[in-house]
Design a protein around this ligand. Structure first.
Ligand SMILES: NC(=O)c1ccc[n+]([C@@H]2O[C@H](COP(=O)([O-])OP(=O)(O)OC[C@H]3O[C@@H](n4cnc5c(N)ncnc54)[C@H](O)[C@@H]3O)[C@@H](O)[C@H]2O)c1
Ligand SMILES: O=C(O)[C@H](O)COP(=O)(O)O
Length: 461
């Protein structure tokens, strides 16, 4: 149950505030992000701590399993862009928003892509490896001028760069490539208005993916990896359309490229290089065309700090106010707070269907609670509601605990959960932000309330 005995709200303040939020982290998260959590409100624990108990999970590229997600979890935040290391469809079913930090590491990736373009066009990597060998042999001074002929290259200026995916990173790469004197052609089937406004529009062309690969001397990938959508986006057919000496840069995700088909291309004498920020197959790795970097795109002090700070802010905003921004599976939503003691906020995650809102509102009507303000937003099959309820007041304006006490919240929550299509509910207030939580998992209602059962994860149900 949510709360045991009836108390006045002010009596509850100190106790519940301290126990309010716990966050688990996976991966090493920049201290500049973790410092943003107020210690009186949050406890931060490494994700490996067992049993997993958390209201929120922060992670970088750690592949999170369903068994890492405890029943207490209300939010998952990725310090970075790609969320393919989390089972987003399952989190949506469970009513758990997954957040990311758009653009926070874009500059770091852009800089490494520029390095990748130079490594694709000049023999920097091969030449440096050769020098390591010559120095070890003691012949570096003697051989350097003779051997440099083996590592000649070409210039970027005047060449065409195809940018696949024109979000935060793609747009930054396009601007820099134009500044280097390259022609830029772009492809993005889901370009948002916001992203379109960031593009060097007058200076670049848009094309179909087929035309882009045909025209380009370099193709750089900046699309997300989504299992059923962008798996092997660059396939045998597209690789066959590329110029014989064109290079492919992949700083997005390894799975975007059909490596077996790429291996065939090189087997058949195709040229150009594959510069990637990911590990490649055993067949591809030894090929001289391939340069593999250990996922360094976002590994700069600046990007790590930016992403962690943004993630910390986003998840606190959600836990403390219900506001959703930068979620990959939930609709954006914000309702300004009514800073009045008798107004109590609850959030409800539901199916997005006709009549759903009416069914929900009738629960408050039946409980004789006035809805003073409310917002309902939706994304696909999911709807999200932030509802401010006015509790009964005594003549002097205080909340009437005789009329509506803390135990009544439990009853109200149970009624909300009984409505068909409701996935989860959460009561938020400044004395108890986020502790009143109930969730429906595969038709079973779990009244988490003050966090029991703490040790179970969704995978165990
Ligand atoms: N190497 C690294 O360290 C590193 C760092 C950050 C991001 N990334 C990867 O790069 C990706 C892009 O990052 P971002 O910050 O630019 O994200 P973003 O969301 O700003 O941009 C992604 C763009 O890709 C577009 N897109 C979606 N499907 C597409 C498709 N089939 N073909 C072409 N475009 C498509 C979207 O419409 C969007 O405009 C991330 O999803 C992540 O996987 C890698
Ligand atoms: O999607 C991302 O943001 C990148 O792949 C960076 O991942 P990292 O933070 O684990 O380096």
């Amino acid at each position: 149950m949510m709360r045991a005995a009836r108390r006045t709200f002010s009596e509850m303040k100190p106790r519940t505030r301290f126990a309010a939020h716990k966050s688990n982290t996976f991966n090493k998260i920049s201290p500049q992000g973790l410092e943003r959590f107020r210690p009186e409100m949050y406890r931060i624990k490494p994700g490996e701590d067992q049993p997993p108990v958390a209201h929120a999970i922060m992670l970088r590229s750690h592949k999170i399993q369903d068994s890492d997600v405890p029943l207490t979890c209300r939010a998952i935040v990725r310090c970075g862009a790609g969320t393919n290391n989390c089972n987003v469809p399952r989190m949506t079913e469970l009513g758990i928003p997954v957040f990311n930090t758009p653009g926070a590491n874009a500059n770091a990736v852009k800089e490494l892509v520029l390095c990748g373009l130079l490594m694709a066009s000049r023999g920097i990597y091969e030449g440096a490896s050769h020098m390591t060998k010559l120095h070890a042999e003691g012949t570096a001074h003697e051989r350097i001028e003779k051997d440099k002929a083996m590592f000649g290259g070409r210039e970027l200026t005047g060449k065409t760069l195809g940018v696949v995916g024109l979000g935060a990173i793609g747009a930054a790469v396009a601007h820099s490539a134009i500044a280097l004197g390259m022609n830029v052609v772009g492809y993005d089937p889901g370009l948002s208005v916001e992203a379109a406004l960031r593009l060097p529009s007058g200076d670049m062309e848009m094309a179909s993916l087929e035309d882009l690969v045909e025209q380009s001397d370099y193709v750089t990938l900046h699309a997300p990896y989504i299992k059923d959508v962008t798996h092997h986006l660059i396939n045998a057919e597209l690789l066959a359309k590329m110029k014989p000496d064109a290079s492919l840069l992949n700083f997005a995700r390894g799975e975007l490229v059909d490596e077996a088909a790429l291996n065939e291309r090189y087997e058949d004498g195709g040229g150009g290089r594959y510069i990637t920020d990911f590990a490649v197959s055993d067949e591809l790795y030894p090929r001289p065309n391939v340069i593999s970097i250990p996922h360094l795109g976002a590994s700069t002090e600046e990007a790590e700090a930016n992403a962690a700070a943004m993630a910390a802010d986003t998840v606190q905003l959600y836990l403390e106010t219900g506001t959703i921004k930068d979620s990959v599976n939930f609709p954006a939503c914000s309702l300004p707070a009514r800073d009045e003691e008798h107004v109590h906020r609850c959030t409800v995650i539901t199916e997005n269907r006709p009549g759903m809102l009416g069914d929900l509102m009738s629960v408050f009507g039946d409980a004789n609670l006035n809805v003073v303000q409310q917002i309902n937003t939706s994304k696909g099959e999911l709807a999200y509601n932030v509802i401010d309820l006015e509790l009964p007041r005594t003549a002097d304006g205080k909340v009437d605990v005789g009329e509506f006490g803390t135990g009544d919240f439990d009853k109200l929550q149970a009624k909300i959960m009984e409505v068909s299509g409701v996935k989860s509910t959460r009561f938020i207030s400044d004395w108890c932000p986020g502790t009143g939580y109930a969730v429906k998992v595969d038709d079973q209602i779990i009244g988490i309330g003050v966090d029991s059962p703490e040790q179970a994860s969704y995978a165990e149900l």
